[in-house]
Design a protein around this ligand. Structure first.
Ligand code: PGA
Length: 243
């Protein structure tokens, strides 16, 4: 598993009960292995637990168990045998005002449990145009990880998701992604003392996956929109997992 690529579906707040039932029936016929991770709405997670594939939650609370209406604690996630937690997705940062410090708190809490962490980082278009991409990524990674006890703990995965590429159909060139991922890996190994897996996310789909999959240093993909279609997501999985 160590060197195998991951394909993570961030299904966001999509699909109703009847649609998810159909979706699960279809994916259960496919025999996916643990390289494939589904992150549906939290409500539907129990349908995805204990299968041949893995599953993850899209967000966790920045607090421990307690009186926090509407929140879900990482302890509850772990107790439901959910494998992964996405932390710091740009939609959480943009729409729910999650700062780098909140993201760090979530990482800290998640490190206390078995659940693997998918830590999302990425620059906005404005930051990119101001040539601040590396500065922003360094700050996001340093604030989230520095000083935490993660030595030899390989359960953190970083997802590089340029905000301007999410849901827009715009994707950086392969060499831009390769360079940025190399930068992220350098920063992370300077902070943690070892390498972490780094995924790419942002408008990954069944039409561009073959080309994206040529990037040598990418350890997998975080797929949003396309993961809500079994057919499209399956095409992506076939390219990445059966390469
Ligand atoms: P997208 O979303 O694939 O729809 O661009 C990616 C993400 O937000 O994780």
């Amino acid at each position: 598993m160590e060197n195998k690529k991951l394909v993570v579906g961030n299904m966001k707040m999509n699909l109703t009960a009847s649609e998810i039932n159909k979706y699960v029936k279809e994916i259960d016929k496919k025999n996916y292995n643990e390289q494939v991770v589904f992150c549906p709405s939290s409500l539907y997670l129990p349908y995805f637990v204990g299968k041949s594939y893995k599953c993850g939650i899209q967000n966790i609370a920045a607090t421990d168990l307690g009186a926090y209406t509407g929140e879900i604690s990482i302890k509850q996630v772990a107790s439901m045998k959910i494998d992964y937690a996405i932390i710091g997705h740009s939609e959480r940062r943009a729409y729910y005002h999650e700062t780098d410090e909140v993201v760090r708190r979530k990482v800290e809490l998640a490190l206390q449990e078995k659940v693997k962490i998918i830590l999302c980082v990425g620059e906005t278009l404005e930051e990119r145009e101001a040539l601040k991409t590396y500065k922003v990524l360094k700050k996001q990674l340093t604030t989230a990880l520095k000083g935490l006890d993660i030595a030899n703990n390989k359960k953190i995965i970083v997802a590089y998701e340029p905000v301007w590429a999410i849901g827009t159909g715009k994707v950086p060139t392969n060499s831009e992604i390769e360079d940025t991922i190399a930068f992220i890996k350098d920063i992370v190994s300077a902070i943690c003392g070892f390498n972490l897996k780094v995924l790419y996310g942002g408008s990954v789909n069944d039409a561009n996956i073959a080309k994206l999959n040529e990037i040598p240093n990418v350890d997998g993909y975080l797929v949003g929109g396309a993961s809500n279609s079994v057919e499209k997501f399956n095409k992506i999985i076939e390219v990445v997992v059966n390469q």
